[in-house]
Design a protein around this ligand. Structure first.
Ligand code: G6P
Ligand code: MG
Length: 215
């Protein structure tokens, strides 16, 4: 694609592995509601907003809940999730992330966060990266969840870079679709047998360098 003018990172599954903490918190809720929730089920929640995740969970359990009950359940899950992420530290940054961020800095390529999570600021503070991002767009500031491109378009806007000159890193199918609808170059992070529609794939951020993007 040539040298990118900016990079936008998803958070969960790209910078840190929070999926395990989400899984534990959702599983506990499912246990309390009386049904089983598996790691395979958890795959369906990647990149999906909190309320949409709860709706999928309730569908798996075959349950119908009122709006106020859903608010209570989502708050209960989030309380436990926040407890788990409040003890995260920089050791949980995924391999290859820090060296790639350093490389971007050396090339004067700005980078933003584009995450569906309302807990993104807390996580970035816990792992010591909050100050390093040139812009942070998260679940608190968007109205349309991925696969809508809003989160990435806002990131590009905040960096003052045209969408076509941005590279997105995403581990979730909904996020890959959001990046492509935003008109960006998308690198899928994970298993290409599971993910589709990205411009290229890497297994982990360890495989990524600026020179690879330039090609
Ligand atoms: C990310 C994760 C999802 C999570 C969503 C909302 O996209 O991949 O699994 O549901 O953020 O997270 P939150 O922290 O706001 O509940
Ligand atoms: Mg993700």
């Amino acid at each position: 694609m040539g040298k990118p003018h900016a990079v936008i990172f998803d958070l969960d599954g790209v910078i840190v592995d929070t999926a395990k903490h989400h899984f534990q918190a959702w599983k506990q809720l499912a246990d309390e509601l009386g049904f089983n929730f598996t790691e395979e089920d958890n795959e369906r929640l990647k990149g999906v907003s909190r309320m949409d995740s709860l709706n999928i969970l309730l569908e798996i359990g075959g349950l119908n809940k009122s709006e106020s009950e859903k608010q209570e359940l989502a708050a209960r899950k989030n309380k436990r999730y926040v407890e788990a992420i409040s003890v995260m530290d920089e050791s949980e940054i995924l391999p290859g992330v820090l060296s790639f961020l350093q490389e971007l800095k050396e090339h004067n390529i700005p980078y933003a966060l584009g995450s569906a999570s309302k807990n993104a600021p807390l996580i970035l503070k816990q792992i010591g990266l909050y100050e390093k991002f040139n812009a942070i767009v998260d679940g608190n500031s968007i109205s349309q969840a991925k696969p809508d491109p809003e989160v990435f378009l806002r990131g590009a806007e905040e960096l003052s870079v045209a969408p076509g000159n941005c590279v997105v890193f995403e581990d979730a199918q909904s996020g890959i679709e959001a990046g492509k609808s935003a008109g960006m170059y998308v690198v899928g992070v994970g298993d290409p047998a599971i993910l589709e529609g990205a411009d290229e794939y890497i297994r982990t951020m360890e495989e990524m360098t600026v020179s690879r993007l330039e090609k």
